[in-house]
Design a protein around this ligand. Structure first.
Ligand SMILES: NC(=O)c1ccc[n+]([C@@H]2O[C@H](COP(=O)([O-])OP(=O)(O)OC[C@H]3O[C@@H](n4cnc5c(N)ncnc54)[C@H](OP(=O)(O)O)[C@@H]3O)[C@@H](O)[C@H]2O)c1
Length: 247
């Protein structure tokens, strides 16, 4: 119970990786605030499944900065503190990197609005709460795509690379009160990337030195490690990818 009574807010908390992180942190005694954009029912159901108590589901569309400000007020009124923010919400769509017309302006703007601006806006809105406790923590769920430039489309890769530099900038700017760390998962077994056949998934698995894709639990355990064990890690990018960039 290393996180007893700590308050953790996860954006997109009812998604594939989000659910695993919610369970992992709740099992350590944390009180989870499960943020959702469209999946209110899934977030409410997850709150009922989590171990421990004090959990809640909150509407948190990360593109809506005004809503994030009001959410900060709700968290302060209900919990009186926020210890950990996990910027997990993200979107993508598969567009081959040589299909420049397929990556239209609307998709580029959607990806950056959610994956980069949304994460920054959450930190901006919640910084006053994160800075008041014994030591706040922001975990940005980035991607191997932000390091290798290989991923579902060029804008997605760029949004995660930009998230990684945001991690470094904020780690410098918010220290010593708040640590900021990127987790960089490889391809994971969730519904995030759609429209690709089984042969493609099998190939990704075979190209990974550990011979499998990331499981949501791998990412959740890495996030927990950042919160509980890696207390002197700040402004860094922690890979959770089975060594995929090596091949
Ligand atoms: N799966 C992978 O292979 C992989 C690999 C590396 C990194 N990642 C990163 O991991 C994160 C989670 O991915 P996942 O695999 O768990 O995907 P997922 O199952 O599709 O979940 C995505 C979550 O993001 C939320 N979301 C999307 N747009 C949002 C917005 N504007 N405001 C608030 N929430 C929003 C969704 O909420 P609603 O359902 O409520 O709309 C959903 O809960 C993403 O940032 C992704 O880039 C994934």
């Amino acid at each position: 119970m290393e996180l007893q009574d700590q308050v953790v807010f996860i954006t997109g908390g009812a998604g594939g990786l989000g659910r695993a992180m919610c369970h992992e942190f709740a099992n350590q005694g944390a009180r989870l605030i499960v943020g959702y954009r469209s999946n209110a029912a899934g977030a409410a159901a997850l709150v009922g499944e989590l171990g421990g108590d004090g959990h809640s589901a909150k509407e948190a569309p990360v593109e809506d900065s005004r809503r994030l400000t009001s959410l900060a007020g709700e968290i302060e009124a209900e919990y009186g503190r926020l210890d950990i923010l996990i910027n997990n919400a993200g979107i993508t769509r598969f567009v081959a990197h040589n299909d420049l017309d397929g990556l239209d302006d609307e998709l580029i703007d959607d990806i950056f609005r959610t994956n980069w601006r949304g994460a920054f806006a959450c930190v901006r809105a919640l910084r006053p709460l994160l800075g008041t406790g014994a030591g706040g923590l922001v975990i940005n769920i980035s991607s191997i795509a932000g390091v290798t430039a290989m991923g579902s489309n060029i804008a997605y890769c760029a949004s995660k690379a930009a998230m990684n530099t945001m991690t470094m900038s904020l780690a410098r700017a918010l220290a010593p009160q708040i640590r900021v760390v990127s987790l960089s998962p490889g391809l994971a077994e969730t519904d995030f990337v759609t429209g690709l056949d089984q042969a493609w998934w099998d190939e990704q698995s075979q190209r990974t030195p550990l011979q499998r894709l990331a499981r949501p639990e791998d990412v959740a355990q890495a996030a927990l490690a950042v919160a509980t064990g890696l207390k002197f890690s700040n402004g860094c990018i922690i890979a959770v990818d089975g060594g995929r960039p090596l091949t």
